[in-house]
Design a protein around this ligand. Structure first.
Ligand code: GTP
Length: 525
């Protein structure tokens, strides 16, 4: 505060003090009170005091213009040193001036009464709000609810203004908790709605193959059966968005490929009928020529018949040749379309598998594997393609667990799975079969090729070394591989890969053995 303002404020307080103490506002009294408030000495002269008082009154007149007349009157009493009149005039003015501070003890008793009524009203409203609104809303947050109950009790006990005002912080805190809670509830609802919307979009986009709906719907079902929170919903939303995006990308290609296939079939049939019609006409003409030849005696007539015959034969030959070319072309296109459909369905099915993943390794879980086996068997049968299966098991994994702890063992498993996945084609399927055992399905792959793929994965694993506390840990695995025989059941081929794996373990580990080589001696590595 600058010096002038400070003086004015001190002078004002002095006036208030004089009025409160009912002391006559003589210059002497004013000086004493002023000195006491200010803690300093002031010039001991009536004129200085009179001047200061005059300054204050002018200030009041500027701030409160409707007191100007009264203040003029006071100033003239001051100037004339009419202390008695000055006393009366000052008292009248102070009785009307507004109190500078609501806490001031200058407040009229009636005003105090109003305030205390309002406080009581406010307290009762707070009690009702806590009891009927806030506490019931906090039922899912027991800790905050207990605090709200304690606040309710404290509010019921509070009698005095200060006690009631002291409840403010606790109330703010509880309201903050409540707002956060309600906010997260509404976010949950919004996210749920968004998920349902996405699911609908996904259904619409996927009507092509019903089984492709299984991935997204299973993901949603899994989420809904667990306690909801914003993070898990956001994750599910992202997964769905990815699925929809990928499926949306693949679907047009698949539709296009199917259309091409249909068109080619139509061309094929049209060509066949054209040939048939042309051949029928040719047969009829031949019959006619035959008759003409048998009846003609003239060499000229015969020449003419032969000429016609030659022309017709050439025409039928061109038609046949063209048809033959077009049919061959159509056949090639059909083969291409079939291949495209095969690849697209592989990719779409792969997307669907995301819902059946093993949490630790991101590979398929057992349920996902069973589905994938059935599907790949069907597909291999439908398209007449080879299918191989590999079973792999980490070597001496128990030692990793025993020496470095189970958590490191888990990390090693996740590391292995991610390296293997990288080494495989996206259409290959990897599933966690047991603790440290994995099954890999290799569609369209013979046993020999599958052995090469798995051997390459082994090399990748030795190249991408697993780190534990900054030191390298070498992880290797053994594998058995088998190609599915026609109509062979899952148990049977898995049994054969298991035997091959057993052989790989027994012959030194870190090996890949094919089931068809079981009766052959194993070459040293
Ligand atoms: N950290 C971790 N360990 C697992 C998990 N599942 C299985 N295991 C462990 O994997 C180990 C497998 O040990 P064994 O079957 O004796 O085989 P191994 O030590 O790998 O030896 P070989 O297979 O003969 O080379 C056991 O110690 C299991 O406890 C898992 O999810 N996490």
């Amino acid at each position: 505060m600058d010096q002038h303002k400070k003086s004015v404020e001190t002078a004002r307080q002095t006036l208030i003090q004089l009025a409160k103490s009912r002391i006559a506002p003589t210059p002497d009294n004013y000086r004493k009170v002023y000195t006491a408030i200010n803690g300093e000495t002031v010039a001991d002269s009536t004129s200085t005091i009179g001047q200061l008082l005059g300054n204050v009154l002018k200030e009041v007149s500027t701030q409160q213009p409707h007191y100007t007349a009264s203040i003029h009157h006071i100033l003239s009493q001051l100037e004339g040193q009419n202390w008695r009149s000055l006393d009366t005039a000052l008292r009248q003015l102070l009785a009307h001036l507004p109190s500078p501070d609501s806490h001031s003890h200058f407040q009229a008793p009636a005003h105090q009464q109003d305030i205390s009524d309002i406080m009581t009203l406010w307290r009762n409203m707070l009690i009702r709000t806590l009891d009927l609104v806030i506490i019931p809303q906090l039922k899912e947050l027991p800790e905050a609810q207990a605090r709200a109950t304690a606040l309710l009790e404290a509010t019921q006990r509070a009698q005095h203004r200060d006690e009631i005002l002291a409840l403010e912080d606790a109330l703010k805190n509880i309201l903050f908790n409540l707002e956060m809670h309600l906010d997260s509830q509404s976010q949950l609802q919004l996210r749920l709605l968004q998920l349902l919307r996405l699911l609908l979009v996904s259904m619409e986009a996927l009507v092509l193959e019903e089984r492709w709906l299984q991935g997204p719907t299973t993901a949603i079902r899994d989420i809904l059966t667990q306690p909801l929170n914003v993070d898990s919903l956001a994750k599910a939303e992202d997964t769905l968005k990815d699925l929809i995006f990928m499926q949306g990308q693949l679907r047009p290609g698949l539709i296009e490929a199917k259309k091409t296939l249909k068109k080619m079939a139509e061309i094929f049939v049209t060509q066949l009928s054209e040939i048939t019609v042309a051949t029928d006409e040719y047969q009829t003409k031949l019959q006619g020529y035959r008759e003409e030849i048998s009846h003609s005696d003239e060499i000229q007539d015969l020449n003419h018949v032969l000429h016609c015959l030659l022309e017709d034969t050439q025409a039928i030959s061109t038609i046949t040749q063209n048809s033959r070319n077009e049919i061959l072309d159509a056949q090639n296109k059909v083969r291409e379309a079939e291949k495209q459909i095969y690849e697209l369905t592989l990719q779409l099915d792969h997307i669907n598998e995301i819902a059946h993943e093993d949490y630790l390794t991101g590979t398929l879980n057992r349920r996902g594997m069973d589905e994938a086996l059935l599907r790949e068997f069907n597909r291999a049968d439908r398209f007449g393609m080879p299918l191989s299966i590999a079973m792999m098991d980490i070597d001496h994994f128990k030692q990793i667990n025993d020496n470095m702890g189970h958590a490191t063992g888990d990390q090693a498993l996740a590391h292995l799975a991610s390296v293997i996945k990288e080494a495989l084609r996206t259409t290959d399927v990897i599933a966690r079969y047991g603790g440290e055992e994995f099954i890999i399905l290799l569609p369209g792959t013979t046993e020999q090729d599958a052995i090469s793929v798995i051997t390459r994965a082994q090399r990748e694993l030795t190249r991408n070394i697993f780190l534990h506390n900054d030191s390298h840990v070498l992880i290797t695995f053994s594998a058995g591989v088998a190609q599915r025989q026609e109509g062979e059941a899952a148990d049977s081929i898995i049994g054969r890969t298991d035997q091959a794996l057993y052989r790989a373990k027994n012959s030194g580990r870190n090996r890949v053995i094919g089931a068809s080589n079981l009766d052959k001696p194993i070459s040293p590595q």
